[in-house]
Design a protein around this ligand. Sequence first.
Ligand code: FAD
Length: 352
Amino acid sequence: MTYQVPHELTDHATICGVNMSFLRESFEERAKKPHHKVTHTPEHGLSVRMKSGYMYLKEQKDAIVLTAASDRPDKLFKLKGTIGKILKELQPDTFQELQWANASDVGALPPNLQLTRVLSVEPLGTAFVRVRLQVPNLSFIDETSIHFGIALPPETGNAPEWPYVNENGNAVWPKGDKAFHRPVYTSRTLYPEAGEMDFDVFLHESGRISKWIKQLQPGDRMAMIGRGSNGGGLLDNDKVLMFGDETAFPAIAHILDKLPAGAEGTVTLEAENGADCGYPIVAPEGISINWITRGKDKHLSEFAKEQCSAAPDHFLWFAAERQDAMRMREFFRAQGKDPQDAYVRAYWNRNG
Ligand SMILES: Cc1cc2nc3c(=O)[nH]c(=O)nc-3n(C[C@H](O)[C@H](O)[C@H](O)COP(=O)(O)OP(=O)(O)OC[C@H]3O[C@@H](n4cnc5c(N)ncnc54)[C@H](O)[C@@H]3O)c2cc1C
């Protein structure tokens, strides 16, 4: 038997042999992580807020009814995957028996994976390539999340082994030498009416995507995983300080397009040859754009620290290499601020 929860999209599973107090304690422990929040309501029992939606746990006779609730099908699928992963960690036997009422067809492609068609591949400045895609289901990406994953099959010379949905409703990705490369990218521009999207790839020497994109042609297929959960295209604050290296230029450009005309602030962009990289960025009148050259100018995070100290009421948006992002988080904490009040992300890892 199921019960009503205040979300449009739900799925249910009944699990046995797990102690409710054990689950409650485990989730309360996890709730110390950002995004997770545990509450108890008489109506829904234990409710856990996660990134992609809510999970409810309610005792019924000898079992616990588990409900996953979200506002979009792709988020619901992701949420069910997260719940499965947590259960697997907590109680592997229970995970084996986890059976969602509306599980996707076993063996089918995961519903958040789709095959897009490449419409064009054009050089952009000296260090980027812009790709336009025809995307069968563009609702996977919107202004609340502008990121997605590319699923690049391994270069084995054989047909790739595709991921599939297992009996628990989770996506199973091939491992080892059959593993896909799955880096995150950003939609630069969405064309919802045409079902098309542009994204920009920064070319760097050792990148698998850089190598792949050099032989990419119109008509080719690209597997895309959506949606990402690394941030949206709209900022709540119209006073902003934005900092990024090449990997963050598409996100910064996307966000600048959506800022109100009266927005104020500064954007600092770090590239190998500064502005000569030729990446096109346009900002509202009240936002100045500063280009800096890596290795010649001060470190990106030094600019960020100075500007944040001078304008503490501005929203900080910072995305670059992992060490840079860590420096910024430390700085933010040292100022007595909560890093959750800023967007500070590692977009790549030098040691990755
Ligand atoms: C939310 C988010 C959004 C992103 N959006 C974009 C985007 O729109 N466009 C874009 O180009 N990138 C973007 N990135 C960064 C991109 O995902 C990484 O750079 C990723 O590693 C690229 O995969 P790859 O196949 O090129 O390199 P990999 O095969 O993953 O890595 C190979 C080697 O390259 C190094 N490497 C990775 N990135 C860089 C770099 N930028 N400079 C120098 N060396 C590098 C790694 O350290 C590793 O040693 C984004 C990342 C995140 C988290």
